[in-house]
Design a protein around this ligand. Structure first.
Ligand code: DX5
Ligand code: ZN
Length: 226
């Protein structure tokens, strides 16, 4: 298993989105698109019409992170539009099991996100319905926040649950404050998909930043992954 890098375009120039995505083409495994509705989180970004246009403009698969209320109703459209991965917040979902099934039926990988205050153990029975667990390492809503290293036990616990289920192939994503200084500890704890916003787009060379993050992540993952 290799590290996957998913640069968050939240820190990119929204007036030039397609060009900004192009800057990481060939090095990014995914483009992480943060959808915020000003209800689930106190911030507003972009929604389905922008994602639909972006899907036509870029070749890198889109990893949609939906920080929205009522994902049961709104999330499947992102899968139908062609996003390769669609992640909803379990705190906002009415029926996460059904929602994950709907996302998969629409052709996407189904992701479940946990805010810092939400544990994994209560949702362990949902794992067979999922392709990814996103463990937030900041409170969702804004880029550029300080990394919460106290989330590492949750990452470790999730990896432990997955190692007990070799029949499942589920990724662990971390998002928030992931940078050169923090990515290795996430990887060591068991993450294999790494979202980075400011650590990629607030630099002069987003391509190089992704390469560096990947090398550090691969080093960290070597401790548990063959
Ligand atoms: C925050 C978003 C993140 C954000 C990360 O709620 O989910 O994807 O873009 O930004 P950085 O990497 O700057 O913390
Ligand atoms: Zn995100």
């Amino acid at each position: 298993m290799h590290a996957q890098i998913s640069p968050s375009i939240l820190s990119a120039d929204f007036a030039r989105l397609a060009d900004e995505c192009e800057r990481v083409a060939g090095v990014a495994d995914w483009l992480h698109v943060d959808v915020m509705d000003n209800h689930f989180v106190p911030n507003l970004t972009l929604g389905l019409p922008v994602v639909q246009r972006l899907l036509h403009a870029v070749t890198t698969p889109i990893d949609a992170h939906l920080m929205i209320a009522d994902p049961d109703r709104w999330a499947p459209a992102y899968a139908e539009a062609g996003c390769g991965s669609v992640t909803f917040h379990v705190e906002a979902a009415r029926d996460p099991r059904m929602l994950a099934r709907n996302l998969r039926a629409a052709g996407a990988r189904a992701g479940m996100a946990l805010k810092p205050g939400t544990g994994i153990d209560d949702y362990a029975d949902l794992l067979p319905e999922l392709d990814m667990v996103l463990i937030m390492t900041v409170e969702p809503g804004f880029g550029g926040q300080r990394f919460m290293s106290d989330m590492m036990p949750k990452v470790r616990r999730t990896r432990e649950l997955l190692q007990g289920r070799p029949d499942l192939d589920i990724w662990i994503q971390v998002d928030g404050g992931v940078a050169d200084e923090t990515i290795e500890q996430c990887a060591e704890a068991g993450a294999n998909v790494f979202v980075a916003g400011s650590a990629v787009y607030a630099t002069d060379d987003p391509y190089l930043a992704c390469q560096k993050l990947r090398t550090l992540a691969d080093t960290g993952m070597a401790s548990w992954c063959a």
